[in-house]
Structures are given as C-alpha cells and as structure tokens.
Design a protein around this ligand. Structure first.
Ligand SMILES: [Zn+2]
Length: 169
C-alpha cells in the first residue's frame, strides 16, 4: 500500500488540534538551517525549532551550493540573517562518487545517449570526509557574493547514532 493513502486520516488528526494559523510568513527567529534530506534528521525537535521559527532547506547532503537559490530568497525576501549548515554521520554522500552514480544510471539505460548526457551534466556533490565538507560548504557560502553582508554562518555535524550535534565552524 502506498504511504500517501495514510495522509488524509493523519492530517485530519493534525487539523483537529491545529492552532498555528496566525503565524507570519517571515521566520520569527530569522534563521535558515541547511541540512540533509536523510530520514533520520528532524531539525525541529533536534534543535528546538518551533513552527514558524526558521527556514529549513533540505537536499542530499545539506549542500549550500544546491541551497543557494533558496538562501537568497530566504534572506532577501523573508528577512533571515543567520545560516546554520548541518551535515551528519552515516551520510549517503560519503558512500559514492560522481562516477559511481553516473555509471549506475547509465547502466540502467544502456545505449541511451539522452540519459548519459543528462546524468553527466549533474554534479551530485558527494563528499569523502564529514567535517571537511561542513567547512567547505560554510566557506562556499561566506565567499559567495550573493550572501548578505554580516550574515552569521555556522557549521555543524549531527550524529545519527547519538542524536548529538557538534559545532565545527
Ligand atoms: Zn545525509
């Protein structure tokens, strides 16, 4: 059974006690969190962020490069002034290279040049070392001309086995 069949009954329960309809569009804490799409990560409870407090931008690995479009919107249109970058232990991004994934996609569509060209054009942004990748992503953001001057940027790791966070930069 597809999971989506559970959405409506679950949502009805949520709506029955929902009382946050008054929240404003701009995040109340002026914070943007960039983190991985990993299913074990749930920034709201892990960091004490309430509904309406922050933007949470998620992608494979928690890449600031990929998140840049959303960060510019978050800062320029919705007033956020702080960015916290989280990468985590056991991340899938530590387990492959661009060549790996490109070869896999191509082998699943043998002889298909359209697929080959499309997948070759994507940098999947894998990384071989956790803390170094946090530092590199924070550096990318701090050096980016589109980041608002004076933005506080911090970098962190999250341990999926203990639930603990650690500041790296
Ligand atoms: Zn991950």
């Amino acid at each position: 059974m597809s999971v989506h069949r559970e959405f409506v009954p679950n949502n009805e329960k949520y709506v029955s006690s929902f009382d946050k309809g008054h929240l404003a569009l701009p995040p109340a804490r002026h914070l943007t969190v960039v983190t991985c799409m990993d299913a074990r990560i749930e920034p709201a409870s892990q960091l004490g962020i309430n509904l309406g407090d922050a933007h949470v931008i998620r992608n494979a690995g928690g890449s600031t490069k990929e998140a840049l479009r959303s960060i510019v919107i978050s800062q320029r249109l919705l007033g956020t002034r702080e960015v916290a970058v989280f990468h985590h232990t056991g991340c899938g991004m530590l387990t492959f290279t661009n060549e790996h994934l490109r070869d896999k996609v191509k082998s699943e569509a043998p002889g298909n040049e359209v697929v080959a060209k499309a997948v070759d054009s994507i940098d999947f942004l894998p990384f071989p070392q956790l803390e170094e990748s946090v530092k590199a992503d924070v550096k990318f953001l701090k050096e980016n001309p589109l980041l608002l001057e004076g933005t506080t940027v911090t970098g962190w790791t999250y341990d999926v086995t203990t639930g603990k966070i650690k500041q790296v930069v």
